[in-house]
Design a protein around this ligand. Structure first.
Ligand code: PMV
Length: 328
């Protein structure tokens, strides 16, 4: 087997972030921006990993690491999830071969777009194909989830699920994932504030507020649930107008929780002024990315407005295509 390339999609949380931590439902969408993993078998037993976006590369052999690019600590931490995904597939194959693994993502990393999970899914699939191991999507998901745990401690599993299976999903802690039927194309503008944020810090902030004002936050939780339920219906019908309005209401709740910031508000207002049907922060907030929904006619205008407001922004659409082998 020569060179194998696999890819997997990034994601946005359309509705329900933060509230999902307390058991409410959330809607997650795979977008047509992907991460790629290129894998080939080496003649020796070493594992070489290169991440274009993270700017690190290293050789691994047993417990040894030899850094090619970046510093040792950085390479160890940042490449560990990829190494974990590779090793899980090698274990499944019952083989010990050397591999070259190169990854790159077409979405910004650490911005709440699920880039690390998409990389892990693509790596698992590509290594599986290179070694000729039968890998179901379930297998890829499980391996990407293990890799994600190294990155994020106790993630919900939403990111590896959506990047493996693609499409649109309803997620709830107690019931897990459910694919959603979506009639329309969902044309989104994604704007990156470039402000670094920590999911952990934002989640802790919300927890504090909830502990302090339970009677106030509880009804907000119920409102968030109702937004998601109505959004499921709007997605089913392809009703973009309603989806936009629900995004605005959802954002108001997130603002109330204190997880928006100036950089997000700036971009969200720019998108709305340019005629977006709705706009909100996506993911943890406190920086990171916002999303705006727009009609086809307005999409370019909204993109330009968000870019003019200072963001690096791009257009994304939903994709049903989960992890896949691009070439082998
Ligand atoms: O920004 P992200 O992709 O890390 O999303 C965080 C989503 C939260 O609901 C805020 C946290 C969580 O674990 O669900």
């Amino acid at each position: 087997m020569g060179v194998v390339v696999a890819s997997a999609p990034a994601k946005v949380i359309l509705f329900g972030e933060h509230f999902v931590v307390y058991g409410e439902p959330a809607i997650v969408l795979a977008i047509d921006k992907r991460a790629y993993a290129k894998v080939e078998i080496r003649q020796d037993k070493r594992l070489f990993i290169h991440s274009q976006n993270l700017g690190v590369s290293a050789f691994f052999e047993d417990d040894d690491i030899k850094v090619e690019k970046g510093d040792l600590k950085e390479a160890k931490i940042k490449l560990e999830p990829i190494k974990c995904a590779v090793e899980k597939v090698l274990k499944k194959a019952g083989e010990k071969v050397g591999l070259n693994v190169e990854v790159h993502s077409t979405v910004p990393v650490a911005a709440g777009l699920g880039s690390s999970a998409a990389v892990a899914s693509a790596v698992a699939a590509a290594v599986g194909a290179a070694l000729n191991v039968e890998m179901s999507k379930e297998d890829v998901f499980r391996i990407a989830f293990e890799a994600e745990k190294i990155m994020h401690g106790t993630p919900s599993g939403v990111d590896p699920a959506i990047s493996t299976f693609g499409g649109t999903m309803l997620f709830q802690l107690d019931t897990g994932f459910k694919p959603l039927e979506v009639k329309a194309d969902i044309p989104l503008v994604i704007g990156n504030t470039g402000v670094e944020r920590s999911t952990r810090v934002q989640v802790a902030k919300v927890r504090e507020l909830r502990d302090k004002y339970p009677q106030i936050i509880e009804p907000m939780m119920r409102t968030a649930r109702e937004i998601v339920l109505q959004a499921v219906e709007a997605l089913r019908k392809g009703d973009l107008q309603t989806l936009g309005e629900l995004m605005n209401i959802n954002h108001a709740l997130l603002y109330g929780l204190g997880v928006s910031d100036e950089s997000l508000e700036w971009l969200i207002n720019a998108a709305r002024r340019a005629g977006a049907l709705g706009a909100k922060l996506t993911g943890a907030g406190g920086g990171g990315c916002m999303i705006a929904l727009a009609s086809m006619e307005r999409l370019e205008k909204v993109l330009e407005a968000v870019q003019r407001a200072g963001a690096s922004a791009f257009i994304a659409r939903k994709t049903d295509e989960g992890v896949k082998i691009e070439s082998s």
